[in-house]
Design a protein around this ligand. Structure first.
Ligand SMILES: *Cc1c(COP(=O)(O)O)cnc(C)c1O
Length: 451
């Protein structure tokens, strides 16, 4: 076994195609439905929102979709991203497990999000779109899309969830620096925002509400299209560059993973990281693949599999997914990127097929593990990523108890340099867990149509 810590790929070894798991699922996924007719949606229904190339990717059954050269050129600003052996953490935990993490915090915005933002901006530009609208929670997606739009000369309008807008002013500055306009959501600029504000004037906002606002603006203007940072098949597709690189790097390390973990919001970093391995599992390899979600928003562990809207108001197609109900507003935990009521249909399907498992962890425990990780490895995880760190550390401690030298690999989806207010709250003992009660869960699920 080599004693190396870093597993770097050469630029020329960067994967040149994204991986589409739909080609390898043994049972097909349920189709998204038109909310009016209840019939499977047609490509044309999505035309007002997305460029044709992305709609094709959303529905594609092709196994490999090649990455355009212009996208590769921008990926090369930070990719391939490193895979790192967390030896210092292994030592601190006194575990016989070998722990590796893929580090997506090396991107321009400090997370995995530009992997899809760059691709989406590219296809929009190619089809003559002038402006892209989007939502953002903690600001990771908004800053990534702002970065990508600036590269391709597109205007960018971002609805930022109000609680995050107030918690994370530097993210807003970053988006503005890249040339975007940022509006706190719910806002008075859209019908959706005004409706929410008239009912709940002090609404902290949610990703679902911000999506409604961004979608409305795209539908109202023919030169504007909408962009989503997670959940959709094509977003998960773009993120598979993470897992494809990780596969090559684990081969360099001579390792075969026993457990893979990533934090779970809408499912893009998790899916991007694990889907190439899910395929190996479908083909008969054995390994555990674990999504780590917050106890405050336990979509996969406590939600139902249903047809539900992707946004709060009910403007999107009905998606077959695990959901907590589209009008659920999670408590304002600091992992803003994990505060989403639904799960990517691809990941929901993988869960239904028992190809993956899920666990819900509390915010304070996640931050405590992240604090240890920061001390020994020197990287401060993004609040979202603390969930993957804590999940991986629990597995490492299990290995210690069981005396097993398993290979644990997790995705460190981003760094937390712009989220220090969350660590400040943690250090002052002011961080809540926001765990969801059963009463709240039942109330939210009452209106959801189970499949
Ligand atoms: C947005 C975000 C997430 C969660 O989103 P997914 O679509 O589930 O990946 C996780 N980590 C970081 C750092 C993020 O910015």
């Amino acid at each position: 076994m080599s004693e190396r810590l870093f597993y770097h790929l050469d630029e020329s070894e960067m994967p040149d195609a994204w991986y589409n798991i739909q080609a390898d699922f043994t049972d097909p996924m349920h189709p998204p439905l038109h909310p009016g007719t209840g019939q499977p949606i047609a490509a044309a229904d999505m035309g007002p929102l997305f460029p044709q190339a992305l709609i094709e990717q959303e529905m594609s059954q092709e196994r490999w979709i090649s990455i355009p050269g212009e996208v590769v050129d921008i990926y090369r600003l930070w990719r391939p991203a490193p895979l790192i052996r967390a030896r210092a953490l292994e030592k601190a935990l006194d575990t016989p497990a070998r722990i590796y993490f893929k580090y997506e915090g090396v991107s321009p915005t400090g997370s995995h999000k530009p992997n899809s933002a760059v691709a989406q901006a590219y296809y929009n530009k190619k089809e003559g779109v002038r402006r892209i609208t989007t939502e953002t929670g903690a600001g990771q997606w908004g800053s990534s899309l702002a970065f990508a739009c600036n590269h391709f000369g597109l205007e960018c309008l971002i609805y930022m969830v109000k609680v995050s807008y107030n918690q994370k002013p530097y993210r807003k500055n970053m988006m503005e620096l890249f040339g975007a306009r940022v509006v706190a959501s719910p806002s008075t600029e859209t019908d959706a925002g005004r409706k929410i504000l008239s009912e709940t004037p002090d609404s902290p906002g949610s990703l679902g509400i911000a999506i409604s606002e961004a979608v409305e603006m795209a539908v109202k203007d023919e030169h504007t299209k909408y962009s989503l940072g997670s959940v959709l098949n094509f977003v998960v597709l773009h993120q598979t560059i993470i897992g494809l690189e990780t596969e090559k790097q684990l081969a360099l390390a001579g390792e075969k993973p026993d457990v893979l973990l990533a934090s779970f919001g809408g499912g893009s970093n998790f899916g991007g990281f694990v889907l190439p391995f899910v395929n190996r599992k479908i083909k008969g390899e054995s390994m555990r693949i674990v999504a780590v979600e917050p106890a405050a928003c336990p979509t996969l562990t406590r939600g139902v599999f249903a047809y539900d809207f992707g946004d709060a108001i009910g403007m999107t197609p009905l998606m077959p997914m695990h959901t907590l109900g589209h009008d659920f507003i999670p408590s304002p935990i600091h992992a803003g990127g994990l505060r989403y009521h639904g799960a990517a249909p691809i990941i929901s399907h993988a869960l239904n097929q028992n190809l993956i498992e899920a666990v819900a962890l509390k915010q304070n425990d996640c931050f405590a593990s992240a604090a240890l990780f920061a001390k020994v490895q020197g990287i401060i995880p993004a609040p979202e990523s603390t969930h993957a760190v804590h999940g991986a550390m629990r597995e490492a401690l299990r290995c210690r108890e069981e005396g097993k030298s398993e290979v644990i690999v997790f995705n460190l989806s981003g760094h937390g340099h712009l989220d220090m207010s969350a660590y400040d709250a943690f250090l002052q003992g002011k961080l809540g867990d926001g765990e969801m009660s059963d009463a709240e869960l039942q109330k939210n699920l009452a209106a959801v149509r189970k499949i």
